[in-house]
Design a binder for this molecule. Structure first.
Ligand SMILES: [Fe+2]
Length: 243
C-alpha cells in the first residue's frame, strides 16, 4: 500500500502466519521494521532489495513471534531505535538496546514525512499497540481480518479485548484499511467497513457473547504455544553470539 509520502510493505514469515511490515519513507528511504521475527535473513533481504535504511524498529507487543529477530536486527543495524508502548514495557519488563518508551497518542516519525500515530489497544496483551499510517491501521494481534487476537495467554484480558474491538468499530471510518499481525498475504488487509460487516467479533451486542466465542475451550492465563523444534533451532541459530 502506498500513501503520498510512504510505502507499507507486507510480508509473511514463520510457522504461525505472522504478517510483518516495513514502513518506508519515500523521500529518504528510511524505514521502520515492524515486529521482526523468525528469520533475519529474509527480513534483511526485504530491506536490501528495496535499498532501504532501517532507522526504527516498532514492536506491537512483547510476544516471542513478534520480537525473536530483534537482537539479530540490532546486531546488523546497531543504530536502530526500538519503540514499544510504555504499558507493554512495564508489564513484561522488556529491555533491549536503544529502547524508546512510547505513550499512547505519541507519534513516531520516520525519515522526513512518514508519521505513525500510536494507540493503546489492550486485551491480547496489556500494552498492545496499534499504529496508524494515513489510512492504514497496523493492528498487531488486537484485530485480525474476520477475527481477533486471543485473550487466554498470560497477560490477556478478554474484557479489555472486547472494549478494544468495539473501539476499533466505533472509531475508524469505512475506508481505513486494517493490516494485522497474523494472516495470509492473499487476505492480508481489509477495510474497516468490511470488518464492521463481516468480522464476527465486531457483531456481538454483549460482552458475554463475545467472551463465549473468544474463550471457547480456552483457559485464561495459558502459556504461549511451543514452537516446533525446527523453528526453535533456527531462531536460536540466528541470534548474535553475545546474547
Ligand atoms: Fe501475540
Amino acid at each position: 500500500m502506498q500513501t503520498e509520502h510512504s510505502i507499507l510493505h507486507q510480508y509473511e514469515l514463520g510457522p504461525w502466519d505472522n504478517l510483518m511490515y516495513l514502513i518506508e519513507d519515500k523521500q529518504t528511504g528510511h524505514c521502520a521494521v515492524l515486529d521482526p521475527a523468525w528469520d533475519i535473513n529474509v527480513i534483511d533481504k526485504q530491506i536490501k532489495d528495496r535499498g532501504l535504511k532501517p532507522t526504527h524498529c516498532v514492536i506491537t507487543h512483547n510476544h516471542y513471534d513478534h520480537i525473536n529477530m530483534l537482537e539479530p536486527l540490532l546486531a546488523r543495524y546497531p543504530d536502530i531505535k526500538v519503540f514499544m508502548l510504555d504499558v507493554e514495557i512495564d508489564w513484561s519488563n522488556f529491555q533491549c538496546k536503544n529502547l524508546v518508551r512510547v505513550s499512547a497518542g505519541d507519534t513516531i516519525k520516520i525519515g522526513e514525512n512518514t508519521v505513525l500515530k500510536t494507540y493503546h489497544t489492550p486485551g491480547h496483551s496489556p500494552g498492545s499497540m496499534t499504529l496508524q499510517l494515513d489510512k492504514a491501521l497496523l493492528t498487531g494481534d488486537a484485530l485480525f481480518i474476520h477475527s481477533c487476537g486471543r485473550s487466554d495467554f498470560v497477560g490477556g484480558d478478554t474484557r479489555a479485548l472486547y472494549k478494544t474491538i468495539n473501539w476499533f468499530a466505533d472509531t475508524f471510518a469505512d475506508d481505513i484499511v486494517c493490516f494485522p499481525g497474523h494472516g495470509s498475504l492473499e487476505n492480508g488487509s481489509a477495510t474497516m467497513e468490511s470488518q464492521r460487516k463481516n468480522n464476527p467479533y465486531m457483531r456481538f451486542d454483549t460482552y458475554e457473547e463475545f467472551e463465549a466465542m473468544r474463550m471457547d475451550g480456552r483457559t485464561p492465563g495459558s502459556p504461549m504455544p511451543e514452537v516446533s523444534e525446527e523453528w526453535k533451532t533456527k531462531v536460536e541459530s540466528l541470534q548474535p553470539a553475545s546474547t
